[in-house]
Every structure is written in structure tokens, then in C-alpha cells.
Design a protein around this ligand. Structure first.
Ligand SMILES: *Cc1c(COP(=O)(O)O)cnc(C)c1O
Length: 228
């Protein structure tokens, strides 16, 4: 608990400092605590220290934790690759999905989202460094997918997400995030109403904030190294 408190404090300080350094409005960067593989008890401890938003990658694991923590009003984000046979479960228990990269998945999430719930917040995941093996849609295809989301009333397109290949060079990190920001600006110019840039993890959060991140997804810096 003490360790979690110190880590959370440090990450928050770093975010505040980066907001100042890069001319971002105070409080404009939301911390998403990435809790994949972490114990429910640690998530609860972080929630009691004031964290509100948690990111999960594995549907089965997430459903158990979301159920165990249902009495706390936490906001759950699905950030992992999406298999089409998992869309119903994702639509039933998450508030956000950051990793939509094809129309088929969007259609299935839309069909499965209950009319009794608020629309599911969506980010389109973009493969900014065009690595063939990685998830995410190519930058050239983003606008077409965004258009396909418009008629889906149970989904609300909020913005773009990227997970660039790890790189230790700050300038290289910034370049990847700049691509996502430019893409967002292009969509905005073409009439899309977007307010979210989900980018930056433990190792490249500062570069992401410099380039306009509104959500940083941080696991290791909060919970320590992942065992699996
Ligand atoms: C695991 C994960 C993160 C967090 O990575 P850390 O290095 O632990 O901060 C962020 N985004 C996605 C999509 C992830 O899968």
C-alpha cells in the first residue's frame, strides 16, 4: 500500500510537471492505470488512493475483477487486441474501448451494447509506425473507419489510440505521437468531434504529453514490474 501510494504520487507529479513543461492545461492529462495481470486487491488499493480509471487487456480476467469491484464506481477501459467472439462481453462490462481497428469489431460492439447503458466510448487504434505484425489500422484508413462508426448509435467515437514500438530516444518517441496528433487534427478539420488522444505508457509518457496526449496508459510505473 505504501509503495502504491508513493508510485501513484510520483506518476501524478510527473504528469503535472510535464503539463507545465509542455504548455498543457493543468489537469488536461488523465491517468489510466493499466491493471492487466494485477490483483484485485492492488486495484482496490489504488482506487482508494484516488485512481478512477483502469485499463485491462484480457476479457476473462477483467470480468472477474470488474465483478469483484462493482460496488466502487470505477471506469473500465479495454485496451487489448479484440477477438470478435469477445465483443459481447466487452460491450457488457466496459465503459471505453481503445483498441477498435476494424469495422466488423465496431459493428459487433454496437450490436451488443445495451440500450440501457451509455454509449460505449471508442478510440480507433492506429499503427503509427506501420509495423506489419502489430494491431491497429494504417493511418490512411483511419478516416474511412471513423465514417463507418458514425451511424453506430451505441458507440461514441472519442479519438485515437497508439502503442508505438518502444524506443529510448525522446525525439523518436515524439515523432510517433506527433503522427497520431496530426491525424487527429486532420479528422477534426474534416468535421469529426474528437476529444481524446490515448497515447503514452510508462516509458514514453512524457513524449506523449508533449504531443497532446489526453489519456496516458501507465502500468509498470504504478504497480511495479509485471511478472507475466
Ligand atoms: C500493458 C499496456 C500498457 C502499459 O504499459 P506499461 O509499460 O506497463 O506502462 C499501455 N497500453 C497498452 C495497450 C498495454 O497493453
Amino acid at each position: 500500500m505504501k509503495k502504491l501510494r508513493e508510485r501513484l504520487h510520483r506518476v501524478r507529479m510527473e504528469i503535472e510537471e510535464a503539463e507545465r513543461q509542455f504548455g498543457r492545461a493543468p489537469g488536461s492529462v488523465k491517468l489510466l492505470a493499466v491493471s492487466k495481470t494485477r490483483k484485485t486487491g492492488d486495484i482496490l488499493a489504488l482506487a482508494q488512493l484516488g485512481a478512477s480509471d483502469f485499463g485491462e487487456n484480457y476479457v476473462q480476467e477483467a470480468r472477474v475483477k470488474i465483478g469483484q469491484l462493482s460496488e466502487y464506481s470505477l471506469t473500465w477501459h479495454f485496451i487489448g487486441p479484440i477477438q470478435s467472439n469477445k465483443t459481447r462481453q466487452i460491450a457488457e462490462c466496459f465503459h471505453w474501448v481503445h483498441s477498435v481497428d476494424r469495422a466488423k469489431i465496431a459493428n459487433r460492439l454496437n450490436a451488443a451494447r445495451s440500450p440501457d447503458m451509455l454509449p460505449l466510448n471508442i478510440c480507433i487504434q492506429v499503427n503509427v509506425d506501420a509495423e506489419p505484425s502489430k494491431s491497429g489500422i494504417g493511418p490512411d484508413e483511419v478516416e474511412q473507419l471513423a465514417e463507418q462508426l458514425l451511424p453506430l448509435s451505441r458507440l461514441k467515437l472519442r479519438g485515437l489510440m497508439a502503442l508505438p514500438a518502444p524506443n529510448d530516444d525522446f525525439a523518436v518517441q515524439r515523432r510517433a505521437f506527433m503522427k497520431l496528433r496530426r491525424l487527429q487534427e486532420q479528422l477534426t478539420d474534416n468535421g469529426f468531434k474528437l476529444d481524446t488522444l490515448s497515447m503514452g505508457t510508462t516509458h514514453d509518457m512524457l513524449a506523449a504529453i508533449a504531443e497532446g496526449a489526453t489519456i496516458v496508459r501507465v502500468g509498470t510505473a504504478l504497480f511495479g514490474p509485471r511478472i507475466r
